[in-house]
Design a protein around this ligand. Structure first.
Ligand code: TXA
Ligand code: MG
Length: 358
């Protein structure tokens, strides 16, 4: 169906004050509620990335998410909740002390927990799995929407499948205009990469996707051993021409791993190409000191932030990739950053987005 998509901005002051009660009273939220309860989609801000929400108990509504994003039907969605009562209604399992501790520490926030599902959650949401990913987001607009509808909301990132996740309402509009009725605007997402997804087993926690909560933070709280399912070693940049693509702009992305000679050779051999170098402040300082490439008109240098502030790099990553995709760059070269803290999530996305290593 072709929708007339409205983007309604929620007042900044209410968001800054985390004023959920006032946000719930806005006419925008009432509109959003009517859409959700009549089985339609609403895009909304979370602290990680924008989500594309539908009532997770309504299979027919959830199907529309897959259609609007062009997402494969076998890729399950996360159910977003606003309180612990709702949590109990969407899962069917006993919560031990360790897990309770984890939840109390990190919720609301960028952590998704995979657990056996209850019958309340539609099988369409979980792509026929017996488990459901559950997350309590911290953005007040997300919490308001879940509370006002009193429904768990199935919500993937609100982008076209395969593209970088949206961290601004405008990105959602770029991808989904005409495909959904309503976007709630709530400013730039603070975290900027998606939630960490964990599966809690008897003796260990498996990180299925690194994200806003780091492995180190989890290890501080949990008594269980923390393991990563796909570590970066089997997640190397893909060979050129390979079909599988994720988090990736239309423009080709290369990963700069710090091999200066290789980079220099590449830049010299491709002098006539329009290149965007997304580098850390430290590396840019070095290039400037040596007066290298800074005067080449075909090379655009973008500062992604300091290596000493990985959170700020994570916050800018998807935004920068999307902005660069809008101008005429032929190749985007992004510098590797340390894989600790949220750097693990950043590098996980970059390994998937990149088609070559420099
Ligand atoms: O931060 C986030 O998690 C954002 C915001 C909107 O909350 N959501 C998000 O959703 O990133 P999505 O659909 O783009 O990514 C969810 C990931 C997918 O890779 C999916 O395969 C996995 O979670 N997933 C969902 N349910 C699962 C389950 N029951 N078992 C294993 N993986 C699951
Ligand atoms: Mg996604």
């Amino acid at each position: 169906m072709n929708y007339k998509t409205s983007l309604i901005e929620i007042p900044k002051a209410l968001i800054q004050k985390n004023n959920i009660e006032q946000i719930k009273k806005l006419s925008a939220l009432k509109k959003a509620k009517n859409h959700i309860l009549s089985g339609e989609l609403v895009a909304f801000p979370t602290e990680t990335v924008y989500g594309l929400g539908a009532d997770a108990t309504n299979g027919k509504a959830v199907k529309k998410i897959f259609k609007a994003k062009g997402r494969p039907q076998d890729n399950p969605l996360i159910a977003h909740i606003a309180n612990l009562d709702q949590f109990e209604r969407v899962v069917d399992t006993k919560i031990d002390n360790d897990l309770e501790n984890i939840i109390n520490t990190f919720w609301p926030g960028p952590l998704t927990v995979i657990l056996p599902k209850s019958n309340l959650i539609s099988k369409i949401t979980t792509a026929n799995l017996d488990t459901v990913g559950v997350r309590m987001p911290s953005h007040p607009v997300a919490l308001s929407l879940i509370e006002i509808t009193d429904r768990p909301l199935a919500a993937p990132s609100a982008n076209t499948s395969g593209l970088p996740s949206p961290t601004r309402a405008e990105h959602v509009l770029d991808d989904l205009k005409g495909k959904i009725p309503l976007i709630l605007g709530g400013g730039a997402c603070k975290v900027g990469v998606e939630s960490t997804i964990i599966k809690v087993e008897k003796e260990k926690i498996i990180i299925l996707r690194p994200g806003g909560i780091s492995r180190e933070e989890l290890a501080k709280i949990s008594e269980r051993k923390i393991v990563r399912k796909n570590n970066s070693k089997n997640n190397k940049p893909l060979a050129p021409g390979m079909k599988y693509k994720h988090y990736s702009p239309e423009t080709k992305v290369f990963l700069y791993t710090g091999k200066k000679e290789k980079l220099h050779r590449y830049l010299k051999n491709n002098e006539n190409k329009k290149l965007a170098l997304v580098f850390t402040s430290e590396t840019i300082d070095e290039l400037k000191k040596r007066n290298e490439f800074v005067k080449n008109k075909n090379i655009k240098i973008i500062d992604i932030g300091s290596k000493t502030d990985l959170k700020s790099i994570a916050n800018k990553l998807f935004y920068i990739l999307r902005e660069l995709d809008k101008s005429e760059n032929e190749i985007i070269i992004v510098e590797k950053i340390p894989e600790r803290g949220i750097g693990e999530a950043v590098m996980n996305r970059l390994y998937k987005a990149a088609s070559e290593k420099l």
